[in-house]
Design a binder for this molecule. Structure first.
Ligand code: FEC
Length: 301
């Protein structure tokens, strides 16, 4: 399961309305989102192609690794077609005997992964399909390895001694602060992933920051990456920043716009040198983390 993205520029309004639980955006909100998509894609939506490739790569990896079982991967998207319910329905139509649900995002929150699982479970129960779920895989060794490699290679762009000098900021999508009252594991899981990578690389300076918070009139988790950069500039201990978006697994709007355009603009204004780690996309180590997590949930193996 994955977040989903519009098929084309005309599809943005329906997509945005779905994200807003059926409430259409104002003309101004719609224009703002359209202009962000136009800035990154010029009419193509990278998340769609990336998710297709990830699903294909996972199916190939599962069948290669566990040849005694026949695996077929179905896609179910949260906010676009094919929706989560469509994916479950297709499995039943195709005669699937046992299903495992996994969300491509590694960290559990009741508001993110929990929402995907709830919808898939309800549809599977309605149709009588046995299904189990991977809740999170944020500390899977292959995931940590893939992210460690990315931090190390990005640090090379800063030259000698970068490991001690550069401020590394791990980020993820912010959520409304109310998740803290619910004892949601999301912030802790994100910190655990960040800490594991920082220790593996041997980072001298690192911290966690949030990004892409919504404008909904309620407080969202902070500090935001843009404020984090302002603080780094004010403290004056370094002018070099590497952002590693551990909560995202693909190149899409929140990475290609929020980090590569918006955060880069702020960095330039603040006189900071900002780099970002490469997205996981179909990295074989990422596929290893996914396939291993799926296999671990199979009843009939
Ligand atoms: O490239 C693309 O087309 C899609 C990029 C995209 C990803 C993504 C991931 C997450 N979101 C999460 C939570 C929220 C909450 C709201 C919210 C709103 C938006 C909007 C867009 C959008 N999100 Fe998203 N998210 C992506 C895109 N997201 C566009 C609407 C306009 C805006 O705010 O920019 C607020 C909903 C509301 O109004 O009530 C909450 C979380 C993730 C990471 C986990 C996951 O992938 O599921 C959490 C990718």
């Amino acid at each position: 399961m994955s977040y989903g993205t519009p098929e084309n520029l005309e599809g943005i309004e329906a997509y945005y309305t779905h994200i807003r639980r059926g409430h259409p955006p104002t003309a101004e909100q719609l224009e703002d989102l359209r202009s962000r998509y136009e800035a990154i894609v010029g009419g193509v939506f990278p998340l769609r192609e990336n998710t297709d490739k990830q699903v294909q790569a996972l199916e190939e990896r599962l069948n290669e690794k566990y040849p005694n079982i026949r695996f077929a991967c179905y896609q179910g998207l949260k906010h676009a077609a094919p929706f989560i319910e469509d994916g479950v329905e297709k499995m039943v139509q195709d005669g699937v005997k046992e299903a495992v649900g996994i969300v491509l995002a590694p960290h559990y929150s009741v508001m993110s992964v929990g929402g995907y699982i709830k919808r898939a479970k309800e549809k599977a129960e309605e149709l009588g399909l046995p299904i189990s779920f991977v809740q999170s895989y944020h500390l899977h060794p292959a995931l940590i390895e893939a992210l460690t490699v990315r931090v190390e290679e990005a640090l090379e762009k800063f030259g000698e001694g970068a490991k001690e000098r550069v401020q590394v900021v791990f980020t993820a999508h912010s959520l409304p602060e109310k998740i803290l009252e619910m004892k949601d594991p999301y912030p802790e899981q994100l910190l655990a992933t960040s800490k594991a990578i920082a220790e593996r690389v041997g980072l001298g300076r690192w911290q966690f920051g949030w990004q892409s918070a919504g404008q909904t009139g309620v407080p969202w988790l902070g500090p935001d990456i843009l404020d984090v950069m302002k603080t780094i500039q004010e403290e004056g201990e370094t002018k070099e920043v590497l952002v590693c978006p551990v909560g995202f697994v693909s190149d899409h709007l929140e990475v290609l716009y929020d980090l590569d355009i918006e955060a880069q603009k702020t960095a330039r204004e603040l006189g900071l040198h900002l780099e970002r780690t490469r997205s996981l996309n179909t990295d074989p180590l990422y596929m290893e983390a996914l396939s291993d997590s799926v296999y671990g949930k199979l009843e009939g193996k």
